[in-house]
Design a protein around this ligand. Sequence first.
Ligand SMILES: CC(=O)N[C@H]1[C@@H](OP(=O)(O)OP(=O)(O)OC[C@H]2O[C@@H](n3ccc(=O)[nH]c3=O)[C@H](O)[C@@H]2O)O[C@H](CO)[C@@H](O)[C@@H]1O[C@H](C)C(=O)N[C@@H](C)C(=O)N[C@H](CCC(=O)O)C(=O)O
Ligand SMILES: Nc1ncnc2c1ncn2[C@@H]1O[C@H](COP(=O)(O)OP(=O)(O)OP(=O)(O)O)[C@@H](O)[C@H]1O
Ligand SMILES: N[C@H](CCC[C@H](N)C(=O)O)C(=O)O
Length: 513
Amino acid sequence: MKLSTLMAAVNAGQGADDRQQEIQEVEITGIQYRSDRVSPGDLFVALPGQSRDGHDFVEDAAARGAAAVVTRKSMNLNIPVLVVRDARDALAKAAARFYDHPSEKLTLIGITGTNGKTTTAMLLEHMLRRSGLPTGMIGTINYHYEGKSFKSRLTTPEASDLQHILANMAAAGVSHVIMEASSHGVALQRVAGCRFSLGIFTNLSQDHLDFHGNMEAYWEAKKAFFTRYLREPGSVAVINTDDKKGRELADILGQKRCIRTGLGNGSRVYPSGLSFDQHGIYGRLHLQSASFPFHSPLAGQFNLENILCAAAAAEVMGIAPRAICEAIETFSMVPGRLERIPNTLDRHVFVDFSHTPAALKNVLLTLREIIPGRIICVFGCGGDRDRGKRPQMGEIVARYADLAVVTSDNPRTEEPGDIIVDIVKGIHDARQLPPLQVGPEFEQGSFTVEPDRKKAIRLGIRASHPGDAVLIAGKGHETYQIIGHQTLAFDDRLEAQQVLAWEMDDVADTLDH
Ligand SMILES: CC(=O)N[C@H]1[C@@H](OP(=O)(O)OP(=O)(O)OC[C@H]2O[C@@H](n3ccc(=O)[nH]c3=O)[C@H](O)[C@@H]2O)O[C@H](CO)[C@@H](O)[C@@H]1O[C@H](C)C(=O)N[C@@H](C)C(=O)N[C@H](CCC(=O)O)C(=O)O
Ligand SMILES: Nc1ncnc2c1ncn2[C@@H]1O[C@H](COP(=O)(O)OP(=O)(O)OP(=O)(O)O)[C@@H](O)[C@H]1O
Ligand SMILES: N[C@H](CCC[C@H](N)C(=O)O)C(=O)O
């Protein structure tokens, strides 16, 4: 593509360069925002970063063969320099133009909210797929379409990666794409350049304040997805109005543009006759055009909210209510979300991606309702992330679990012990216990600290009795642990399986003797 075409798309001025005609003719063969990934012929867009500035990598990009660069200030280089006011906006617009606006060839559905995005997205995908629609998905666990699956580095990919993925999906014949729109994805304009047909809001609670600074800014980012990016005529918002901020959002968007879901008055998609047990959720689902009985193998009130959002969206996409209810019945699990680790020891061992206070509380309350025995929670909090969550999560576990093992999540560049101290403070506040006691066994107050996650999982499972639940929270589907700058192989599910296998062997040995 000619550079002139992209210049028009991003509305760029030309910095310190008078070779006007020559520049317009430059051929661009790709778009890149990381200098170390530049190939000859690429347009390099220098983004402002949190720790560094893309401007510092412009020369690196040029040395690797970039054909032109987009910057926020004029620079002296021997390749064209296009100056823009907003480099993130330019990246998104240039990529959308370069890949020929793929979102306009697709029905694009964006899901935002603190918790429940992946679950709702996968449920909706299941509903559309069962009805024969060629569907793609972009989210935290991976992105996939037409039998192909790719690792996700981010929940919402950077704008140029996103446009590239969408273009590949459109070229492969995908008609509907469901994507998770994280608050970073909105605030950093990764989704600019996308045309959305439908947006879903699940809920808002504390997370990511390391990035947004305060709840108001976090809320603004979520809201902006609907007010800034869901603006096409005919586009629809599905909103969980059992959530307080959901109600606020529905009021802002107005009756015509949104479908309210939930138990509350005024919901257009709602359940009745509900019951919950170990085998899931039962009831009747009232969609806009019809109602049918349903059973979902998923557990808990929070998953009911995800089901209502996905069902309302599927109906807007033209799926028949009966088919929606049948799809709910056959959707049993999202990897790493209340994923049960099977065993013959009568222990209910679950791995769950709850890494926010609200998620942890909901999951613990759900387990309390469906599990007869005690609840043992093995958990930590991520390093280099919202510190305010830590004492809150400690307090929640102190209140809603019977035993706890406080351990490391992904410490990243923080000292694991410092993160644990923040968590334990919340436990003390809730239980008014004496100062932290570190030890291999459970101390008074029924919690212990074991920074090594492998050992912590072992401790948690070994402390359980038949009928008890062990919730290993925080890392869900993750197959790694980030310690310092290293990403090491680690999977809560495999660790739990190994401990359970040893325990089962011990039982077998005891029976043999
Ligand atoms: C907080 C955040 O989102 N940071 C993103 C940001 O990184 P940054 O500001 O730290 O970048 P930086 O390292 O300072 O570098 C500045 C610029 O120089 C460029 N650079 C840097 C080094 C180099 O050698 N060459 C080069 O060109 C970088 O590409 C970047 O454009 O810009 C980078 C490039 O665009 C992103 O990859 C990076 O995401 C990081 C990896 C990240 O972990 N983000 C997480 C927090 C995130 O976005 N999560 C959300 C939320 C998920 C949820 O809801 O739970 C997600 O959507 O995944
Ligand atoms: N609707 C919900 N409300 C509150 N908690 C939820 C809800 N749905 C799921 N959870 C909890 O949040 C965890 C993460 O769920 P899910 O992956 O669906 O959310 P997400 O928004 O995609 O998360 P992330 O943004 O971190 O990728 C689950 O393991 C569960 O504990
Ligand atoms: N997308 C989220 C996932 C957090 C998962 C948790 N295991 C952690 O590392 O804090 C983040 O990067 O903040």
